[in-house]
Design a binder for this molecule. Structure first.
Ligand code: ADP
Length: 909
């Protein structure tokens, strides 16, 4: 029955026994009767309610309005007769405090008026309550809508707004939603709203433990849907209460209100209202959170699938297959749904039938599918390996074929690589020149359990031949103690490296390098030894040979008649053998640290260093004749061979040198040159006599003439002066010839000197030109004005030129003997380029017989009669030119022989 209906009933159905009419007896059992006079003064009160009114009896004439709250006095303005026919709602002051709400009407009495009033307070409060609840329902609806409709991103904000809304609507200072924590073990504050002036009780994520569970009479899981958990008040410094929200699994959330007394501040709200409010917040919140969680799960799953190259598949109607997007992408498929045929087409032909057949038995018998297949994305792309697994869900027509595919290309590739590596390793072990072996530890002994295949070709034994202690029998008897020692050391120290001889099947000994390692178990006990045998027979023998050859080498070096030494690039000796020390008149030990250069002249040392600078790793050897100045002794000539030793950057580290004393050879060479020179001189004696006779003749003529004039007494000073000058000139000319002869006759200098080759030509001509002319030989000298220098001895080059010209003269004269009309000539010319100077001596003496050309430089080769030719001229000349670093050659020209002296141009700093 509604509140309004109750009110109407109470108003219309007068209580039984209430008399009709104005003059009914005053005895009333309900409500309040107020007897008024015509002006509205209260004459008398009756009825049970009157005890609740404020007692105003002290005043005799009290007006009705004095009993009333000010706002209801408006209703009763004027006099009672004006109030007739109206329903009067009046609020009376009560003794208890809250006003009394009374409703009634007024009727006339014989004298005055009677007012009938009934208490309608409960009706009003019911209505207010209904209103509040309606508000509450509306609020709950709003909240639910907001929480349901907002985007997931805004959920937290919207929840905050809604909590604020509830808080403000119901004046709750602290309001929070608590949810189960991640482990679903206890409760934690999910979100809260705290009014500005309220204490900060909570923060998001705050753990509340399980205390809230105890607020429920029954454990959450035991609650059934019809049994709502109670609203529980919480006492303490911040009293409040907690409203549970239950879903199918029990209490899933709490709405917490603190610093709040619900009975007082929201008296109109029932437990159910609070629960529906909690439901309005918690149900959509949990729903949305679950949705969020689900979405995250999905995203994670998608990412995982994409990362692993994996995904689910499902077959529909045995005709089509649907693939997870990640899988379709990974396979390069344009769509996620495709026909089974197309799917199979992607599978490598070698695996296709197997997949088809397994899928069929999954369909027919439900036997689970598990297969590794190869798939091809595109024609060019490499094959990908997939593990395909599938299961049948449900039975009969409802059967679904579901499974997943996992990209295992990496694993497969690794497997293949590992297999290949394994095969390579096996191959390596088998083909290794070393024998790899394993020996098991059995009661203190090591028994062979494995030998690599290389044992057979090396020793001819098999594993069986070496098992059961037989191995030691193959060890060379002299080395068995070494072998036992090796085993003891291996067991004691864990590793060993030694060498001993093992006999092969033919009884031949092999030197084996044995390197082994002991493997132990977790307790440190020996399990087995792994090791290898390397046949080092050759190396061992070679090492012995090296030792022997080193010894031989040492003896060779020490006892060698040659001088052997090693020195640094700065010429400091590191080592010198006995002959070298003997030569230098000291002990071999004293040689170390001595500088080789200290025995050389500056020029020699410079030339020596220049030669060293030209050594390279490609051309590390250089040989030269060097000249040393040994204190207190004459010059020594050594034929010296240097060999440079270089580091990996091509830097010269040291030089190893072998030397031979060449002084004797040099000396006899010099003597030979000297005697050849003397021979030349003797040869030229005739020419010289002529050379000197010529000026003597001129002088004699001059003197005869002067004497003649003197005897005539016809002597003028001018005449005399002229004649004396002429004589002087001739004296100088003769002196020059004699001087040159002296110079030429001297031994050559030790050191080579730079000089202009034209000087040699000039010197030669000064000796020979007159003589040649006297013999009727024309001299053709081509002036060249050369300005280059060569290094050597000017007198020796002169000697060469003299030899060539004298030979030419001889050839010309013997030709003229046969032919009187013959016009002989000798041509001398010189030219030079950047590096080489060439001097030519040519004649028209018909040249040299082709067969003799190669032999004419041999010593003692001559075509001249005995006593005339020595056969030394050309061979000595050849030696001289070669000693200057040049070359003497001959060929036949147009009319006669053509000799060429080539000399290197000397670089003068
Ligand atoms: P010798 O002059 O004492 O015979 P050489 O060594 O000077 O010794 O000469 C060797 C030989 O070379 C000569 O005997 C001669 O036959 C030949 N020969 C040298 N120069 C010429 C030349 N210009 N023309 C022809 N023959 C020559």
């Amino acid at each position: 029955m509604s509140a309004g209906h109750t009110l109407l009933g109470r108003l219309l159905n007068r209580p039984p026994g209430l008399p009709d009419g104005p003059d009914s007896p005053l005895v009333q059992s309900v409500g309040l009767q107020v007897y008024l006079d015509n002006d509205g003064h209260v004459e008398h009160l009756s009825g049970p309610v009157r005890h609740a009114l404020v007692q105003l009896t002290a005043r005799p004439l009290t007006h009705l309005t004095d009993y009333l709250l000010p706002q209801s006095s408006l209703v009763v303005e004027g006099r009672p007769q004006d109030w007739q026919g109206q329903i009067l709602d009046l609020d009376f002051f009560s003794q208890a405090g809250p006003p009394l709400h009374l409703r009634g009407w007024i009727e006339p009495r014989s004298e005055g008026w009677l007012m009938h009033l009934l208490d309608i307070g409960d009706l009003l409060s019911e209505r207010r309550q209904a209103h509040s609840r309606e508000q509450c329902q509306w609020l709950a609806g709003q909240i639910r809508d907001q929480l349901c409709q907002c985007s997931l991103v805004r959920l937290a904000d919207v929840l905050g707004e809604q909590l604020q809304r509830v808080s403000q609507h119901l004046h709750i200072p602290c309001l929070a939603v608590a949810l189960l924590d991640d482990q679903e073990q206890g409760w934690q504050i999910h979100q809260h709203y705290t009014a500005l002036d309220a204490p900060q009780l909570w923060h998001p994520g705050q753990r509340l433990g399980t205390a809230l569970d105890s607020l429920n009479s029954a454990a959450p899981q035991q609650l059934n849907a019809s049994e709502q958990p109670r609203l529980s008040s919480v006492s303490g410094p911040h009293p409040g209460f907690a409203v549970p929200y239950c879903d199918a699994r029990g209490v899933a959330a709490w709405l917490l209100c603190a610093c709040y007394d619900a009975r007082q501040q929201a008296p109109d709200l029932s437990d159910r209202d609070w629960q529906s409010l909690a439901t309005a917040i918690a149900a959509p919140l949990l729903e949305r959170l679950r949705e969020h969680h689900h979405q995250q799960q999905l995203e994670r799953l998608e990412i995982l699938q994409a990362l692993l190259g994996t995904g689910w598949w499902e077959v529909f109607d045995s005709a089509e297959v649907q693939l997870a997007k990640a899988l379709a992408d990974n396979l390069g498929l344009p769509a996620t749904r495709l026909s089974l045929q197309d799917w199979f087409a992607r599978v490598h032909p070698a695996d296709r039938d197997e997949l088809r057949s397994n899928l069929q038995s999954l369909q027919d018998e439900g036997s689970p599918l598990e297969l590794c297949v190869r798939l091809q994305r595109t024609e060019e792309a490499p094959l990908m390996w997939y593990r395909v697994q599938g299961q049948a869900l449900g039975i009969g027509a409802e059967r679904r074929l579901v499974g997943f595919m996992l990209d295992i290309s990496d694993i497969k590739n690794q497997q293949q690589q590992a297999a290949a590596a394994h095969a390579r390793l096996d191959n390596l072990i088998a083909s290794s020149p070393a024998v790899i072996y394993v020996q098991r530890y059995v009661e203190g002994a090591l028994q062979p359990t494995f030998f690599s295949a290389s044992l057979q070709p090396l020793l001819g034994w098999s594993l069986a031949d070496c098992a059961d202690g037989a191995l030691v029998e193959h060890v060379h008897p002299d080395d068995r103690s070494v072998y036992f020692q090796r085993t003891r050391q291996l067991l004691r120290e864990g590793t060993v490296s030694t060498r001993y001889r093992v006999l092969d099947q033919q009884g031949q000994a092999h030197w084996l390098l044995d390197e082994a390692k002991l493997l132990r178990d977790d307790l440190g006990l020996p399990v087995e030894a792994v090791g290898l045998w390397l046949d080092v027979t050759e190396a061992t023998l070679a090492a012995e040979q090296v030792r022997a050859s080193e010894e031989r080498y040492r003896i060779l070096v020490e006892d060698s008649p040659a001088m052997i030494c090693r020195y640094r690039p700065d010429l400091t000796l590191i080592f010198g053998n006995r002959p070298l020390a003997k030569y230098l008149e000291c002990a071999p030990e004293e040689l170390t640290g001595v500088n080789l250069g200290s025995w050389m002249s500056d020029e020699q040392r410079e030339a020596f260093n220049q030669r060293l600078a030209q050594l390279t790793p490609q051309l590390p050897v250089s040989t030269a004749e060097i000249n040393l100045r040994l204190p207190g002794r004459e010059h020594a000539w050594w034929v010296w061979s240097d060999r440079g030793v270089f580091d990996e950057h091509g830097r010269l580290l040291e030089v190893q040198a072998v030397g031979r004393d060449n002084t004797e050879v040099r000396r006899s060479q010099q003597q030979l040159t000297q005697s050849a020179k003397m021979a030349t001189l003797g040869e030229m004696a005739t020419g010289l006599a002529h050379e000197i006779n010529q000026p003597l003749n001129v002088m004699r003529m001059a003197i005869v003439n002067v004497l003649k004039r003197l005897s005539n007494g016809d002597v003028q000073v001018d005449y005399l002066t002229d004649k004396l000058n002429r004589i002087d000139a001739q004296v100088q000319r003769a002196a020059r010839v004699v001087d040159h002869m002296r110079v030429f006759g001297r031994r050559s200098e030790i050191e080579q000197q730079p000089f202009n080759p034209l000087d040699a030509i000039e010197g030669t001509l000064s000796l020979l030109s007159e003589g040649l002319r006297g013999k009727g030989v024309e001299l053709r000298v081509k002036e060249s004005g050369l300005q280059v220098q060569v290094r050597g001895y000017v007198d020796q080059l002169e000697q060469v030129l003299i030899n060539l010209m004298v030979n030419a003269r001889d050839a010309l004269l013997s030709k003229r003997e046969a032919n009187r009309d013959f016009q002989p000539w000798i041509a001398v010319s010189a030219e030079s380029d950047e590096h080489v100077v060439r001097l030519w001596v040519e004649d028209n003496g018909s040249g040299i017989d082709q067969r003799l050309l190669e032999r004419i430089f041999e010593p003692f080769f001559t075509t001249k009669p005995v006593g005339v030719g020595t056969g030394l001229g050309l061979s000595v000349s050849y030696g001289i030119v070669e000693n200057m670093g040049g070359r003497l050659s001959v060929r036949n020209g147009d009319e006669g022989a053509r000799f060429c002296i080539e000399l290197p141009v000397a670089v003068i700093d």
